[in-house]
Design a protein around this ligand. Sequence first.
Ligand code: SAH
Ligand code: SF4
Ligand code: F3S
Length: 464
Amino acid sequence: MTASSKKLYIKTFGCQMNVYDSGRMNDALAADGFEPTDAPENADLIILNTCHIREKAAEKVYSEIGRLKVLREKRRADGKETMIGVAGCVAQAEGEEIVRRAPAVDLVIGPQSYHRLPALLRKAQSGAVVETEFPQEDKFDHLPAATPKRLRQAGPTAFLTIQEGCDKFCTFCVVPYTRGAEVSRPVAALIAEAGDLAAAGVREVTLLGQNVNAYHGADTDGATVGLAGLIERLAAITGLDRIRYTTSHPRDMDDALIAAHRDIPALMPYLHLPVQSGSDRILKAMNRRHTRDSYLRLIEKIRAARPDIALSGDFIVGFPGETDADFADTLRIVEEAGYAQAFSFKYSPRPGTPAATMDEQVPEDVKKERLAALQAAINDGQQAFNTAMVGRDVDILIEKPGRKPGQMVGRSPYLQSVIVDLPTESRGDIVTVTITNAGPNSLTGMVGGRDRDEPAAQPLEAAF
Ligand code: SAH
Ligand code: SF4
Ligand code: F3S
C-alpha cells in the first residue's frame, strides 16, 4: 500500500462541532496521506465521531462497531487491513471501556487530542491505544490548516469553532465532562481561519461553541475580546456576508452582543437561545442560573434591538420531579417567547451527571406524552412564523441542489430552508426571492416573483 492510496471514512454523529471536528481530523490525516472516501468498504481507516448527549448513545456506538467488524473481516479476506477509531464524546466518556467491550477498536481518542491523531494511529499499529487525558497543549495550535481544496468542496457555508467546553454544569448535561473546561481561541487565529474560508468561497460562517456567547478570546495586544467584538472583526472580512453563532446561554447574552444584532448587518437575525424549561422550580434543579422571567425579559431586550429576530430554543421534558404544573409552564413559555423554531427532547439520564441519580425520575410514558404536546405547540409556532413570510422578498444564500431537477435549496436570514427553481451554477449566490408558499419545515420561493408595486406583506414581528 503506498501512502497516497490510503482512504479515510469518518462517520459523524451529534452536533455541529462534531461536523467541524471531522473536517479537522480529515485535515490532520490528509497530511499523513489519507484521502477521504464516502464508501466505508473502501476505507483503510474508519473513524466514528460520536455523541453522548442523549439516549443509548454508547450502545449505538457498540452496534456500529459490530457492523464495522464484519466489514473488516470481509476486507481482510481480500487481503486488505482496516483500522477502526472511535472519537468524539462517547470516546471521552467511555475511554478504556470501549476497547474492553469491543477489542476490534484500534484507537479511542477524545476531542481535545485530535492533533495527535497521526502519531497515535502509528502507535495503534502495534496494539490498541486509548487517549482521553485532557492534554496540556491546545490542539488548535497543532492542527494543520484545511487545504483550500477541502474548503472549496465544502460549499458556501462553513462552521468555525471559536470556543469549546463548558463551565456551566447544568445537572442534566454531559458536555462539561466530555468537552472539558471552557477555552476560547485567540482572535488572530480565528481571523486567519475565517479569511481562508472566505478565500475558498465561503459566504456564511457559523461560529461554534458549547457556550459560544461566553467567548473571551485574547487579542494580539493581550486584551480580551468578547463575541460582539469578534463578530465585528469577522464582518470586516471581504466575502463573508453572513455570520451566525450557536449555542448561546441566556446568562452570557451581554449588552454588546445585543447591540451587535442591531448594528452589524452581516450578523443574521436568528438566535438559538435554549431555555430548557418554563418552570422556575425545574430551572433551579437544572442549575440553569436563570429564571423564566429573566429569560423573557432578555428576549424583550433582544427584540427591542432587532425586532425581526427569529428565536430558536431547546427544551427538555420529563426532567426529574417535573409535574404537570411545571410542564404547563413550559407550554406557556413557548407561547410567550414565540419561537421560529425549537428542538425538544425527552430527559435522558446521563451517567455521571447529578440529575441521573435524582429522585422522582419521570416515567417514560409521561415523557412521551409531554414531548408530543410540546412538539405540537412548537410546530404551530413554526408554521405561523413561516406563513408570515409568504409574499415577502428575502435574500437566500443558495447552498445545494434540491430533491427535484432544476431546484436549489438555500437559507433565508432566519435560517429557513427555501426551495427555488434555479440552475446548479447559482450555488453560492445570494438571490432575492419572493416567498410563495410555507410549510412547517421549508418555504418555496420564486426569483423576481412579486410585482414591485404591490405592497409588501406584513412585517415579520407582527406574526406574534
Ligand atoms: N451547549 C448547548 C447544549 C448542547 S446539547 C447549550 O448549552 O445550549 C443540546 C441540547 O440537548 C440541550 O440544549 C438540551 O436541550 C439537550 N440535552 C442535553 N442533555 C440532555 C439530556 N440529558 N437529556 C435530554 N436532552 C438533553
Ligand atoms: Fe450543557 Fe448547560 Fe453547558 Fe449547555 S450550558 S453545554 S446544557 S452544561
Ligand atoms: Fe454530542 Fe458532544 Fe456535541 S455529546 S452534542 S457531540 S458536544
